[in-house]
Design a protein around this ligand. Structure first.
Ligand code: M6R
Length: 614
């Protein structure tokens, strides 16, 4: 949440900062602002609304020279999204500008103290207190890096802070605790950002900052210290994707591009994970076979779409690895008393690796001595860094707020983990594991086939654009798919959408069915005869009550034809793998319906891609 950019170099900072913000707008788009150091002062411009409004204001004013600058795109937490609350925030003298991602939990106390001391605070934000604290800290020593270190020690909560000072025109100072900040190393220029996407067009050489570190960025160097002032160890790495991955590549929306990239993302996530002998090799996971053999319970923690991947994973883990598996919303996990021991394996699933609820669940699990495995997409992000082991998905950058390709790759990754545990614990023979891996290897082609047949789905979506509500039903792994279909529609089309386990319908939700209500039903493969036949009965029950049935069923399943007002076909695959094909039409459906309603599908209202507050 909130995107931050910092630049120190020899080119005009303004354009570089604005371009960086454009790549981070997925993190929040309630307001945007920049501050450039030039001619002995800090010039800031900030506007409520999307980055385009800031660009308009900047175009109308005098261009700011200056080769050092910072910028911010906001997802509002404290105070409404107005000009006044937009970042950067200033101190009383106007010499300091600061941008922030996260929440400073003790800001009310700090603010009260500052006001008593005579500071005038002009916004409702928690961030502004930091600008004034830096002002006080600078009064004694005139060094922004030292001042930042001193101030950070007084802050509670989660924060990435980046600041500039008129008196130190060649320096940008950043600090992080529980929120992301990466350094980009260029030649004669250096960058700071919430995500490498902000500087990927300038450099692919990055530095991962650790917890509680302060970074001083200059044109010709980067210095990192901890909050106690000691030189800090940092990890340098090379980003393995380039700027084209972070661009729309001819699509109207990132979401459309990301949906289309799914076959490749699935293939990439499988790549290199089967040895010459046909056995799965997940060495990178960092958990030894011995540790995995000791596991007697698995708990999956995640949020949103990643949680739905977790719900599907439960079926695979219990079926293949024969271990009890619970799935918990990360935001709820640490507020009950989960029974965790050294032999519990907690799996945290997160695309961004920065979701605060999931990160806190990881910490809680580790404090209780459980082993924690992260399944993440963003290399070097906080969750994988704090887990005992990690399996990366290889979806590439996912920029649209609605998760699509990350979801499919999360499924592939959890399937691999389930199979690997089965292989290690001997609950499946090697040839059985290999047979499933072969089926997985065939999935990119099947997903491609689904994508080729999406025109009827788009037409259907357009025809339903004025509906108020859509329900989604499924059974077994089809149930989380129904939840995912409903989530996509809620977040993109702002429609009432609910996913139900089809068997639960008769226990209450069937009362919602009325004449012409669109109900999407995900039908399991015919091979699961009992499951399949039960859902066919459910379709008849809702149709008898007037529902307009939209049925997703495998090719060749004729039993549903008579009961489907609209029939959408997917390739026939085994039950556990079916979510990889049945989710895709639901993504396309939500995307098209939202577009028909005139919504910005990449940046739905009130949302942000990476949720770094609890
Ligand atoms: O980065 P994460 O996978 O941890 O994010 C979790 C959720 O915030 C995310 O899946 C969210 O629900 C998406 N907007 C859904 O499309």
């Amino acid at each position: 949440m909130c995107g931050i950019v910092g630049y120190a170099g020899s080119r005009p900072a303004l354009q570089i900062v604005i371009d960086g913000l454009a790549r981070l707008e997925y993190r929040g788009y309630d307001s945007a602002g920049v501050a450039i150091v030039a001619d002995g002062e800090v010039r800031a411009t900030r506007r409520a609304g999307k980055l385009a409004r800031l660009r308009e204001s900047l175009a109308a004013g005098t261009p700011s020279p200056g080769e050092v600058g910072i910028g911010h795109t906001r997802w509002a937490t404290h105070g409404p999204p107005t000009d006044r609350n937009a970042h950067p925030h200033r101190d009383c003298t106007g010499a300091i500008a600061v941008v922030h991602n996260g929440i400073i939990e003790n800001f009310a106390t700090l603010r009260e103290r500052l006001e008593k001391d005579g500071h005038i605070l002009a916004s409702d934000t928690d961030t502004e207190a930091v600008a004034h604290l830096l002002e006080d800290a600078m009064a004694g020593q005139q060094d922004l890096t030292e001042a930042m270190r001193t101030v950070c020690r007084r802050l509670d909560g989660a924060f990435t802070l980046v600041a500039v000072h008129a008196g130190q025109p060649d320096v940008v100072v950043g600090a992080r605790r529980n929120s992301p900040l990466v350094v980009g190393r260029g030649t004669g220029e250096n960058f700071l950002a919430s995500d490498v996407a902000a500087f990927i067009e300038h450099t692919r050489d990055a530095i991962e900052l650790g917890q509680d570190q302060v970074v001083e960025l200059r044109r010709d160097g980067v210095r990192v210290i901890d909050f106690d002032g000691r030189p800090a160890d940092v990890k340098e790495y090379h980003v393995d994707w380039d700027v084209s991955a972070a661009e729309k590549g001819g699509y109207d929306y990132f979401m459309l591009k990301e949906i289309a990239e799914q076959p490749q993302a699935v293939a990439d996530t499988l790549l290199g994970r089967v040895g010459m002998d046909g056995r799965l090799t997940l060495d990178e996971m960092r958990l030894s076979d011995e540790e995995l053999r000791e596991v007697d319970k698995i708990i999956i923690v995640a949020c949103g779409t990643a949680y739905h991947a977790g719900l599907i994973a439960k079926y695979a883990i219990e079926h293949w690895a024969q271990l009890p598996c619970e799935v918990e919303l990360a935001s709820e996990f640490r507020y009950r008393d989960p029974i965790l021991t050294r032999t519990t394996l907690v799996i945290a699933i997160s695309q961004s690796g920065e979701t605060m609820d999931t990160l806190m669940a990881v910490r809680h699990a580790r404090e209780q001595r459980a082993r924690v495995l992260g399944i993440c997409n963003v290399n070097g992000s906080s969750i994988p860094r704090e887990c005992d082991g990690v399996l990366y998905t290889h979806a590439g950058p996912e920029i649209a707020v609605a998760s699509t390709k990350a979801f499919l790759t999360q499924l592939v990754a959890v399937y691999l983990v389930a199979l690997y545990i089965a292989q290690t614990r001997g609950t499946k023979w090697a040839d059985e594991v290999f047979a499933v891996v072969q089926l997985l290897a065939g999935m990119p082609e099947k997903v491609e086939k689904v994508l080729e047949t999406m025109e009827p789905v788009r037409a259907l979506a357009r025809s339903l654009a004025s509906e108020k509500c859509v329900l989604f039903l499924g059974r077994h792994v089809g149930y989380p798919v129904a939840l995912e279909g409903a989530l996509k529609l809620k977040e993109l089309a702002y429609m009432h959408a609910e996913g139900f386990a089809a068997g639960e319908l008769k226990h209450g939700p069937i009362a919602l069915i009325e004449e012409n209500l669109p109900v999407v039903v995900v039908v399991p493969p015919r091979a699961r005869d009992v499951l399949h036949d039960k859902i066919v009965s459910n379709i008849q029950e809702i149709r008898a009550r007037g529902a307009r049935t939209i049925v997703i069923a495998e090719a060749g399943d004729e039993s549903v034809v008579a009961y489907a007002d609209t029939l959408l076909r997917v390739p026939a695959v085994p039950t556990l793998l079916q979510p990889l094909v049945t989710t895709v039409p639901l993504q396309v459906f939500a995307c098209e319906l939202a577009t028909a309603k005139g919504h910005d599908v990449d940046q739905p209202r009130n949302l942000a891609k990476s949720v770094t507050v609890e």
